[in-house]
Design a protein around this ligand. Structure first.
Ligand SMILES: [Zn+2]
Length: 280
């Protein structure tokens, strides 16, 4: 099976679904990440720390967008290796887009047509009511996916292709009901407890945007810990399916069969991130 992520910035793939991707890579699935922008403008946090000091390090003070983006690319390459992402497709657009861009949509369509992934993962397309680069990235991904399905080999030289399933990330945790989100809720949770170390190690690479060290551990504990609480496991990643599923019988997952409401305080609190993965 082939899984492809489509995200706005280099770290998004890791923070949103790095654990799930690590599990797929371990199983032997092919994992490809398509990243639209270099992310240098949005996340130069470590440089900004220096810029705001009274006596900043001169070499960091004059770092340009190109240098910041290159450093971020190296961080991403190391993180991808840890997770088991076998191919990075970096479109390298500047991360200052503010509307859906036809050129980027076409690039996405081309790459999906070439890669032919079974599953695509991207951000939830209605993250906030105001401007959000992740929302626009997913709108472009959807437009690209739609375009691929309209390719005609004789006209476009590329064959039509339709992904089998799309999973969306970044929807807030809403375990019991989706009333606050007009009925939408994460409907698939992946238990990432066994690969939480890989996710932390990958996040530790993103030093330039301040995602390493304590930030990585806090994100795992809070974000994936909260998904885990909803899922009844230590750490999870949450997804929203775009297409309905067809089964031959009513599905009941192993997790549902095992679930014991009165024992959940134990099932989701047996691991301590800061004890298992201390800062070195
Ligand atoms: Zn982002």
């Amino acid at each position: 099976m082939k899984v492809m992520t489509i995200y706005a910035h280099p770290a998004d793939t890791i923070t949103n679904c790095g654990g799930t991707l690590a599990l797929h890579a371990k199983r032997g699935d092919e994992v490809v990440a398509l990243i639209l922008t270099h992310g240098g403008r949005l996340h130069p946090n470590k440089y900004a720390e220096e810029w705001r000091k009274d006596n900043p390090d001169e070499s960091l003070l004059h770092a340009g967008l190109e240098e910041i983006a290159l450093n971020k690319r190296r961080e991403l390459e190391r993180a991808a290796q840890t997770i088991g992402i076998s191919k990075l497709i970096l479109l390298d657009y500047d991360d200052n887009y503010s509307v859906v861009n036809e050129e980027i949509v076409n690039r996405i369509a081309e790459e999906v047509s070439k890669e032919r992934p079974d599953i695509v993962i991207c951000d939830f397309p209605m993250n906030t009511a105001f401007h959000n680069p992740h929302t626009i990235a997913t709108q472009m991904a959807f437009a690209g996916l739609s375009k691929v399905s309209l390719f005609l080999k004789n006209l476009d030289g590329q064959e039509d292709y339709q992904v089998k399933q799309i999973f969306l990330t970044s929807l807030p945790v809403s375990p019991i009901d989706g009333l606050s989100l007009y009925g939408m809720r994460n409907d698939v949770f992946i238990d990432i407890s066994s690969v939480v170390g890989e996710k932390i190690k990958a996040m530790d690479e993103f030093v330039s945007q301040g995602y390493s060290g304590l930030f990585a551990r806090k994100l795992l504990e809070s974000y994936n810990g909260e998904y885990g609480r909803a899922a009844g496991v230590n750490f999870a990643e949450g997804f929203y399916r775009v297409y309905n599923e067809t089964h031959s019988h009513l599905p009941l997952t192993k997790a549902a069969q095992k679930s014991d409401l009165l024992m959940r305080h134990l099932s989701y609190s047996t691991m301590s991130i800061r004890e298992m993965f201390p800062l070195t």
